[in-house]
Design a protein around this ligand. Structure first.
Ligand SMILES: Cc1cc2nc3c(=O)[nH]c(=O)nc-3n(C[C@H](O)[C@H](O)[C@H](O)COP(=O)(O)OP(=O)(O)OC[C@H]3O[C@@H](n4cnc5c(N)ncnc54)[C@H](O)[C@@H]3O)c2cc1C
Length: 429
């Protein structure tokens, strides 16, 4: 197999491992059947094989074909929702959840190093930048990260920030030395190889179409085969269909967009004077970075209606030009869309929805660290009677609002963007 089946993206163009896995045919058995081969699914599979359990993973397309193989590549602590959400279960639980998110970052970095995963190429650092003067807000963010979580970030006044990212769009910000950016598709594909080396069974082009999960033996069917297992973990996220039952009605798919340029050589000298990733502070933010091979990779925008605009490359180029008007003549090489799966509370679903049937999904826009984190928590629960999944008890399944959910998400996003726009306008006088 090659890159066929994947969308065209910077990541598929620089994919290291183009091998594939055969579809499921006939019946196989495993301790755990995992549905969905994104970072949540493969992290769960990896952690289970590390604990001596057998796994069979079903992916309807290719490994990390969904959000996990087409995202911005920014690996940082935290969850998709605001930090304040973490404290629903109390102070200690809030801190434990944040620590878990940091553990997720460390897991990716450790796996990349220990397993010598090719082409993941972690680059440290992330700059967070406000599009209006906000010294107080940024200092408070830095202070509360230190006080609440012991996470040291460095406040950047406007002049310091602009030494790193030379754009008059940006004002105050902070630098997070614990963040990285990575090649997420190479990470997922590399980890998949090691799951197989550990005896795990991976099946691509194997869509789960039916689940018979009421008996002690769980049967999960595809068109050409079935998996018999003791446990099941559902990781379909924004790409889940009706076959996931109640979970489908609890997830809101939100589209977001990325472009990359060709290698820009020295064109970014003087504009991007940092190898760190950059993100602004809006809900529907711009996030961008220079890849280790010199392309500018730029993400941003959101649609609750899960739409991909026809003129995506041009729309995204406008976002680049708002920040760096000097790049007018730079062409977009490739533009793509991905779907994030959100719960209404913006935290993932990590729970047994029925005895031995787990949900480990709904990572929203912050999955590169949280996928490995929840994969470990679920593996601990299944293999070792671990209890860390109880941290997620305050974040139960909640109805996605059906047709009104996407409209509500778009409205919240538009309202937040509007309030940022007003502050930006005032800041420019
Ligand atoms: C454009 C974009 C940019 C992002 N940027 C960042 C970022 O910079 N940093 C960050 O941390 N996060 C980012 N995110 C979020 C992050 O990518 C996701 O949170 C994370 O990848 C979700 O992983 P997942 O495994 O839960 O879901 P996915 O990666 O979406 O995987 C779900 C998989 O399930 C499969 N599936 C669905 N239904 C079935 C079925 N019936 N049978 C079998 N398989 C099925 C799908 O094919 C898919 O491969 C971004 C997301 C997008 C879309």
């Amino acid at each position: 197999m090659t890159t066929s089946g994947y969308i065209d993206s910077y990541y598929t163009r620089s994919l290291k491992d183009t091998s594939g896995y055969a579809p499921l045919k006939g019946e196989v058995e495993a301790d755990v059947c995992i549905i969905g081969g994104g970072i949540a699914g493969i992290s769960t599979a990896w952690e289970l094989t590390q604990r001596g359990l057998s796994v069979a993973l079903l992916e309807k397309s290719r490994i990390a074909w969904g959000a996990s193989g087409r995202n911005g590549g920014i690996l940082s602590a935290g969850w998709a929702g605001p930090d304040s959400t973490l404290f629903r279960g109390g102070e200690a639980a809030g801190r434990a959840l944040y620590d878990l998110s940091r553990e997720g970052v460390k897991t990716v970095i450790d796996n990349t190093r220990d397993l010598a995963l090719a082409g993941v190429d972690p680059v440290p650092g992330r700059v967070s930048a406000s599009r209006y003067p906000d010294a107080k807000g940024m200092q408070e963010t830095v202070r509360s990260a230190r006080m609440q979580f012991g996470h040291e970030k460095e406040y950047l006044p406007t002049a310091e920030l602009r030494k790193l990212v030379n754009s008059d769009r940006f004002f105050d910000g902070y630098f997070d030395p614990e963040s990285y950016h990575i090649h997420p598709l190479n990470y997922c594909k590399g980890l998949a190889q090691h799951i197989v080396k550990n005896g795990g069974q991976l099946f691509e082009m194997s869509e789960m179409i039916f689940m018979d999960h009421d008996g002690a033996e769980k049967i999960t069917r595809t068109t050409e085969g079935s998996v018999k297992s003791k446990h099941v973990v559902m990781c379909g996220s924004g790409y889940s269909g009706k076959e996931f039952g109640r979970l489908y009605n609890s997830l809101l798919p939100i589209a977001t967009y990325v472009i990359s340029t060709k290698n820009l050589g020295g064109r970014l000298d003087g504009l991007m004077n940092t190898s760190a990733a950059v993100a602004d502070t809006r809900l529907s933010c711009d996030y961008f970075r220079v890849t280790p091979t010199g392309e500018l990779l730029w993400g941003g925008g959101m649609s609750g209606l899960a739409k991909s605009p026809p003129d995506l490359a041009a729309l995204m180029k406008n976002r680049v030009l708002e920040v760096f008007p000097q790049l007018e003549d730079v062409d977009v090489e490739v533009a793509w869309t991905g779907l994030m799966g959100y719960a209404r509370h913006k935290m993932p679903y990590v729970q047994q929805v029925k005895p031995n049937i787990w949900a480990a999904t709904g990572l929203g826009g912050h999955g590169l660290n949280t996928g490995p984190a929840i994969g470990r928590v679920v593996a601990e629960a299944i293999a070792e009677n671990g209890k860390r999944h109880e941290l997620f008890a305050p974040f139960d399944l909640c109805w996605n609002g059906s047709v009104f959910g996407p409209l509500a998400a778009d409205t919240i996003c538009a309202a937040s963007n509007f309030s940022h726009k007003i502050r930006e306008r005032f800041s420019r006088g």
